[in-house]
Design a protein around this ligand. Sequence first.
Ligand code: HEM
Length: 231
Amino acid sequence: MWLYNSSIGRKVVMSLSGLFLFLFLLFHGTMNVVAVFSQYGYDQIVHFLGTNAVVQLMVPVLALFFIIHIVYSIILTIQNRKARGTDRYAVVGKSPVEWSAKNMFVLGLIVLIGIVMHLYHFWAKMQLMEWTGREAADGYELIVKLFSDPVYVCIYLVWFVAIWYHLSHGIWSAFQSMGWNNTIWYPRLKVIGIVFATLVCLMFAFVAIAFYMHSLGWFDSIGQLWQLGVH
Ligand code: HEM
């Protein structure tokens, strides 16, 4: 099949699945920012998502895109290495491309380990519980509890940095794979990739840090003011 057999096809699959995952992150980050300012607003969104049939359908689609993205990244990496043959070893430690490729692998691994950890922290205690007929934990309470621990705040911040690296490279590379690689758009896409990656990662970092401050009692007044307006 073209999407599997040809190199362009595989890159298109990588790009489209990546852009879909990025849209999820944009939404997920925005939703989490709401939690900082309003528990009520956050609960409303969670309730809507939990009861909307279209959203429920999107959960397995999201999982599928994650799996496709990871599997294709492994296939592409193996094939790239094969294509480059033994040349790869002749430049180890000298070429900046080789240097970044080595680091991208470590960063990709951190992103993946972070996702498994994150699913264990939240998804396993919420959606998985529901699916298995048990009582789901409250999302807001889980966020409050997790980010009251400075160790987890630090672990998550490291994870967000790895995601930033991955996204800033990924967004640019996705558009490039789709053919937007002329001289005008090449530098522009790099900037766009960095701006969007920074925006998304700052949202996540803001949430982790804000909830840590909340645990120290700093954010109570802001949250309460906002909630008074909503109720
Ligand atoms: C401050 C940062 C974050 C917070 C507070 C947060 C919070 C949550 C919560 C509460 C859930 C459970 C939702 C449910 O099961 O109904 C969840 C699920 C999930 N999160 Fe996050 N998240 C954060 C960052 C991230 C990042 C950076 C990624 C991806 C790289 C991510 C990917 C996911 C995925 C794939 C799910 C499972 C799908 C879903 O339930 O919607 N999250 N997150």
